[in-house]
Design a protein around this ligand. Structure first.
Ligand SMILES: [Zn+2]
Length: 291
């Protein structure tokens, strides 16, 4: 925690000390969200990409808890009020981390570099949150432009959950792991009313080993990003050891109603079950794995 907080405060050497937002809605995106994203990336460099689920989960739990206590209006990130820390720190860092996962760290860094070049130590008029979003938009390929609306302009919430996870030992000693998952996507208004929208998103699936003694998080045994366009999907993949948990969005990259149900304990099944080659998602996954 000390390392994380110090990294955030160091981030302010750029975000607030060099680039400062105009005194209006969205201003804290240019200071607190970017300092917090910078801190997350320092954590990733220090502890590795697989360890990020610990920090992302911490941020997301805080966001979900706090939005339930909002007394006025929840704002989209782009128009966050200065006193809505649960949005500009917590949601902001998770959202930018997912964008980095989707467009790449270098693309995000090019956008951040542009904002610094344009506005560091500049005189008024000061930039608004649009300066950042416009710079990110320039670095985002056409097929992913929807992300900027989802992450910055709207309040977007997923309900990803794993219904069951099973494993079966193969003759070669590895394991066939199957997961049945549900994915729903919602847009929320300022009062928290949710409207379901079609899912057409890139979401990770994965599996984790049992944590070693004294550790809370097990090693990542499998990680893959899949394109999900329907509520129910089944995925099958192979791991070298028996996972303890498996599921959908296991790294908590997306804002999710209940992050804890994204993974489930894997049940080892002894009987050979009939394969279902007619399952479209399953074929899609193996096609992706082969690539
Ligand atoms: Zn700060």
């Amino acid at each position: 925690m000390v390392f994380y907080v110090v990294a955030h405060e160091m981030g302010h050497q750029w975000w607030a000390h060099q680039v400062i937002g105009a005194n209006m809605e969205g201003a804290t995106v240019l200071s607190e969200t970017l300092a917090q994203y910078s801190a997350l990336m320092v954590m990733e460099k220090e502890y590795g990409r697989d360890a990020m689920r610990k920090f992302l989960k911490y941020e997301m739990d805080n966001y979900l808890r706090s939005r339930g206590q909002e007394r006025l209006k929840e704002r989209p990130l782009l128009k966050v009020e200065a006193n809505q820390g649960y949005i500009h720190y917590r949601k902001g860092s998770v959202v930018l981390y997912y964008l980095k996962e989707m467009i790449g760290e270098e693309a995000v860094n090019r956008a951040l570099r542009k904002v610094i070049q344009q506005y560091a130590y500049a005189n008024p008029p000061y930039p608004t949150s649009y300066a950042l979003v416009d710079a990110l938009r320039e670095q985002t390929p056409p097929n992913l432009q929807y992300l900027l609306k989802d992450l910055f302009e709207d309040i977007t919430i997923f309900s990803n959950r794993t219904l069951d996870a099973t494993a079966q030992k193969r003759p070669d000693g590895k394991f066939d792991v199957s997961i049945n998952v549900e994915t729903q996507k919602f847009k929320a208004d300022a009062k928290g009313n949710e409207t379901e929208v079609p899912v057409d998103d890139w979401i990770d699936i994965g599996a984790f080993a049992k944590p070693e003694k004294g550790k809370k998080y097990g090693d990542t045994l499998y990680r893959e990003r899949v394109h999900i366009t329907q509520k129910s999907s089944k995925f099958t993949f192979v791991t070298t050891e028996l996972p303890e948990k498996a599921g959908v969005d296991p790294f908590a990259l997306l804002i999710d109603r209940i992050p804890d149900d994204n993974t489930k304990n894997v049940v080892l099944s002894s009987t050979k079950q009939a394969a279902s080659p007619s399952n479209r998602q399953q074929r899609q996954t193996s096609a992706l794995t082969q690539r």
